[in-house]
Design a binder for this molecule. Sequence first.
Ligand SMILES: *Cc1c(COP(=O)(O)O)cnc(C)c1O
Length: 463
Amino acid sequence: MSRSAHPAGPRHADVLPEGHYSAPAADLNALDEKVWSRTVTRDADGALTVGGIAVARLAEEFGTPAYFLDESDFRARCRAWADAFGPDADVFYAGKAFLSRAIVRWLKEEGLNLDVCSGGELTTALDAGMPAERIAFHGNNKTVAEIERAVEAGVGRIVLDSFQEIVRVAHIAQRHGVRQRVQIRVTVGVEAHTHEFIATAHEDQKFGIALADGQAAEAVRRALALDGLELIGVHSHIGSQIFDMAGFEVSARRVVQLLAEIRDEHGVELPEIDLGGGLGIAYTSDDDPREPHEIAKALSDIVTRECEAAKLRTPRISVEPGRAIVGPTAFTLYEVGTIKPLEGLRTYVSVDGGMSDNIRTALYDAEYSVALVSRTSDAEPMLVRVVGKHCESGDIVVKDAFLPADLAPGDLIAVPATGAYCRSMASNYNHALRPPVVAVRDGEARVIVRRETEEDLLRLDVG
Ligand SMILES: *Cc1c(COP(=O)(O)O)cnc(C)c1O
């Protein structure tokens, strides 16, 4: 993306400041369906509605800031992924993107499996009734206590991430008199982000066991030799917010190559491969994500072709989308507090949340869109930076975007595509109270994660 010429807003000189933005949309009131959840629309008064409920009512009932999650969209996306991959593959929702008991129940009802990566996520999954055999347990440093609980619960698979863990899980499984189904997470040397990938990425990262130098082959040797383990396959996860399938192509080829080596050395064909998650979504109108059925076809074509070439039976494929399922289903609703026009630069719009409810902009330089949602406006576009209320100048929610120049304190603005990695990464910085997640469906709204209270803060502070 590049800076582009556009009509200067009324508060700006002809020259716009450096930034990462496109020209303003022709109509700032239009809601691009790529970035908003499926039931979002504007009512006759111009107010944004989700699940048939206008934002003013939602703000009144639940306060701001708050996340509003479009339940029917979430369920539709689960079904789209399950249908796209069909009965011969498994879709695991990556719980770290956003997890709550309601989410677990919806996943269960829509036929998805679930990835967890901590004792807390495992507890949430089990408490909400996800069958243990549909849970995969991830992480590069699972504690012994976490492994014990996962084995006792009977999770469907543990993804082994180190040589120490191979032994740990085997011992714990043996002590419980079970053979634990496991996969080995390998680092294939591919790193993928959005439109580019590096096929020769340095294996300089904390996750997985390197394919290079025969490390992964050695891990397989050790896992196959241990009675407590049933090695069902190999796992690879190459990046995040990926649009281009070429990185998956290289990754799948390398994983299949390992399966062929395992067959040659041990005479066993491992039945499964997991290609991880990382599929991208639209945060702004410039993003063009692929549909689940296109992704499913691309991945299964790649694996089938590579297996034919290696004369292997095609293994069962699993994938682990997190962001691609929950990301587009929610928006964050904020109330505008203060507005500071900086002549020749941009206008700072401060909202009642910030980096405590969305750390992605500060952490990853992530891009988001924003819209005025309590009303429409015919005013000229003005270049804004939406910032939070925290004591930190990097507290930015939306770095560069356009809002109508008549924006005023008290207006409601919303940031779409905040379903993934926002509430789940929320913090109490400045003793902020983490916002609620409200599920909206068919004219009804209900809290699925309540807003924190000051009593919650004080309860943890035992003085
Ligand atoms: C984070 C993660 C995912 C999910 O990534 P998304 O970008 O949310 O799809 C899947 N698998 C593993 C192993 C992960 O670490």
